[in-house]
Every structure is written in structure tokens, then in C-alpha cells.
Design a protein around this ligand. Structure first.
Ligand code: SF4
Length: 293
């Protein structure tokens, strides 16, 4: 823990984690928390739930079940309908997972005649031109998605004046906190459901990510439809569905973030896994949006 970490309340007995207590490692029988745990923070009891496939407490007979075996596309459609009355937001930095997820949700909206969904991107001020071109392509293609920009109030110049020219190098956690975490914290409060493209095999910290869980840091439900997919599956989906993706993936960038902290990884391909090339030489593989740093 360092001085840059936000003081989010920890739940009693949560062991310092950022999400609610139901995860695959803790109970393989209950891969996701019951959908009755709505954004008021109350978690429904898991007692007496069926074990092989978690039955959600349905308040509409037409609502289908979801489980660990549900595909991301099924989860996207389910989430939009199950949380129709809640305020939902996808956040993305335009990684390949985010692009695939935007396509899935856009299709689910179209197929089910649902209202527009908001997608927020956090503008650090350090995006590659290719990332901004990708944002424009996504915005043009997915007209049932509303793209909104969140950003720090600290300009690049102010950051330089206050912290020196290379904060990203000298204290990347502070830089990520200023440019990503603070804007996230400031804006996410108005939402009930946070939809993200986390995958379990991206990093060690993400390995136990539940499909759906209460997020104590931001006080809302966090919904991760892609958790069980591998990077090759994401890449296959992107290709088959002609989803726009960052052209840097074709130039040996497996993962793309700010230009200060992202490097090409020789020999890598678009389906190369992990977050190679990020924060090279640093003991850091998370920006702090999903986990405390
Ligand atoms: S990824 Fe690098 S440049 Fe971007 S906010 Fe984090 S430390 Fe700063």
C-alpha cells in the first residue's frame, strides 16, 4: 500500500480484496453471486442454492439462467435484460477485450430492441494516435452505443510542473492514480452496474474474478462477461465479427495503454496473452482501476 492509494472502505472480513466474496476458488458451485444482490448492496444468501448451476432468483419467468458455462454473448444479453432498470456503464481503454465486448453488447441491444448503452473511456492524455483512430471507428460503427469521455482535471502540463517530466517512470502508481483512478472514482458513482472486459488469465490478480460480484471500492455491481475466455478466443471473435481493433496489435503490441508505458514485444501476435510490454522493468501489471496498487 502506498500514499497514492484511495481510502475505499473494506468490507468486514473481506480480506483486503476489492470484490465481494463469491469467487470460483471459494466455491466452484457458486460461480457468480445471485442476481438478487442488487445495487443496494445487499447480498442474497447462497444457502439452499442448487450447486451445479446457480439458479438466480427470478422475478420474471422469462429470465433465463446463467452459469460459468454461459458464453460472453449470452451473459451480455442476460445482463442487459436482468439489469434493465439499473444504470449500466462499460469502461474500456480500447483493448481488444473491450472492443469485442462493445460488439457483443451492441448486438444484444439490437436483437432485443433495448436502449443505448454508455461506454466510458478514461482519457489519460497519453493515448497512441492508433488508439484514438480506433475510438473513432468504434463510435462510427456502433450507433447504439454512446461513448463518453472521462478525464483527470490535472493537465499534462500541470502534472509536469508539479511532479516533474516523467512521473510515469518515477512513480507510475501515482501517475495511474491521477490519470485513471481519480477520474474513475469521480464518475462511476452515478452507476449501478460496471461492465468490464477482465479475463481471468490476464494476470495473477485477475485469476479469481467472478462473473458478477459486489465491488466494495466503487460500491456497485461489477459484471465481467469475458472472464472465462482466453486471448485467442477474443481474437477469433474480433476477426469473425469484423470488430475494429487497435492496429498496434499487428505491430507486436499484445496490449496497448499509454504510449509512455507500452512497448512492442518482439515476436508477439494479436492473440498473444498477458499484458506483455506494459510498464517494462517495473513490478507492476495493474493500473489500479480494478485492484488497489
Ligand atoms: S499507464 Fe503510464 S502514463 Fe498511463 S497513467 Fe499509468 S503510469 Fe501514467
Amino acid at each position: 500500500m502506498n500514499s497514492t492509494q484511495d481510502n475505499f472502505p473494506e468490507p468486514e472480513g473481506a480480506g483486503g480484496g476489492d470484490s465481494a466474496s463469491v469467487s470460483p476458488s471459494q466455491s466452484t458451485d457458486l460461480p457468480v453471486i445471485p442476481a438478487t444482490a442488487l445495487p443496494d448492496g445487499r447480498l442474497a444468501s447462497s444457502e439452499n442454492q442448487p450447486t451445479s448451476e446457480l439458479a438466480f432468483q427470478q422475478d420474471e419467468s422469462s429470465m433465463s439462467l446463467i452459469s460459468e458455462e454461459s458464453s460472453p454473448m449470452e451473459l451480455a444479453a442476460w445482463g442487459l435484460k436482468r439489469f434493465a432498470e439499473q444504470k449500466k456503464i462499460i469502461t474500456t481503454s480500447f483493448g481488444m477485450e473491450g472492443c469485442a465486448m462493445i460488439d457483443m453488447f451492441s448486438k444484444a441491444i439490437e436483437q432485443n430492441d433495448l436502449p443505448k448503452l454508455q461506454v466510458a473511456w478514461i482519457d489519460t492524455g497519453f493515448f497512441f494516435p492508433e488508439t484514438l483512430q480506433l475510438r473513432d471507428k468504434l463510435e462510427a460503427k456502433y450507433t447504439n452505443i454512446e461513448f463518453i469521455r472521462w478525464a483527470t482535471e490535472v493537465s499534462v502540463e500541470q502534472q509536469k510542473e508539479t511532479y516533474g517530466n516523467e512521473l510515469w517512470k518515477n512513480n507510475p502508481n501515482l501517475c495511474c492514480n491521477i490519470r485513471k483512478v481519480v477520474p474513475m472514482k469521480k464518475n462511476i458513482g452515478g452507476f449501478d452496474i460496471w461492465i468490464t472486459g477482465l479475463r481471468r488469465n490476464q494476470t495473477e490478480a485477475r485469476a479469481q474474478t467472478p462473473i458478477l460480484a459486489w465491488d466494495w471500492r466503487y460500491q456497485l455491481l461489477k459484471f465481467c462477461p469475458l472472464v472465462s475466455w482466453t486471448r485467442p478466443q477474443v481474437w477469433q471473435y474480433v476477426q469473425r465479427n469484423e470488430v475494429p481493433f487497435n492496429q498496434l496489435h499487428l505491430q507486436n503490441f499484445p496490449s496497448v495503454s499509454c504510449f509512455h508505458c507500452t512497448r512492442a514485444v518482439p515476436g508477439s501476435t494479436p492473440d498473444s496473452d498477458a499484458r506483455g510490454g506494459r510498464w517494462e522493468g517495473k513490478d507492476k501489471d495493474e493500473c489500479g482501476l480494478h485492484f488497489s496498487i
